[in-house]
Design a protein around this ligand. Sequence first.
Ligand SMILES: [Fe+2]
Length: 315
Amino acid sequence: MLSDDQIGFFKTQGYLIIQGAMDPTRCARVRDLMWQALPPTADLRREDAATHIGPFTEADESTDSRHVRQGQRWLNRFLGVNPEVIDLIYSESICAMAQQLLGGTLRQAVSDGMPMGSYGPAWPGGPVDPALGNQGARGVYCTLPYGNVPRTPDQCHTDGHPFQLGVVGLIDDCPSEGGAFKVWPGSHRLLYPTFRLRYDQPRIPVYPHLPKLTGIVHSPAYLEALAQLDQESVPVECWGSAGDIVFWHHRLAHMAGHNYSADIRQAVLADFWTDALDELRARPVDVDMWQDWSPAVQRSDGSYPDALARHQRLP
Ligand SMILES: [Fe+2]
């Protein structure tokens, strides 16, 4: 269970790394499932590390939004409803910690239910909506090593779909600069008031002959704040060992890290929300941003000891 210090850290910084939250044997089993899902004739071969360097070969590419293999990204969303993956990321202990943060009644994932991506992208050429027709986790998301390429700057974003608490769990060891999830500490407090809606955002139709607006409208304040984070703030990289997880607040700026290592970054991504989300998502933001969270989070003064900040790699 989470300590008061950990709850305070999450409230102030918007993320919380928990080492060893998932069983390593079960993580290994999910890695097996990932490899087993590749076509038997794939150029990408588990036993040959030289083939792990991205991008995917043309023969290995897949645009099926339930099992994407494109560029450096390998996203198996079918596995998001696999019972073993659900037992791993929605385990009793992880759900208990999420419950400590969110309070209320957590939405329950459905084993063998409908995976994310079943309806394709949210709009033509757009991203897949993690909240649409998804009865489980988002899935197992891998990033192939980039190989010998010039480095590019970090660029953060927030997720547009309604949920309240995200989790990323490493199912394999991931070194620094190895594609781990990156978070911008404290950015949830900066960004929250720049939205119109508490846990959602307005969308607009996409018209092929009017291509400038693509689905989501952001406020100028949001865009300014995001640019400021990119220019002035140092993200925390959630590298670690198989079994480590990071919880992150819905409005926290984040990105999938660039993978400059020789190993494939393998993680399971999932969302949490309570049965009040439908009631809460369109409410305004001019309130205490924690009023929908657990009494423990509301009571917390957001303080934590220096040792915890160092443990959480706070710059
Ligand atoms: Fe994201």
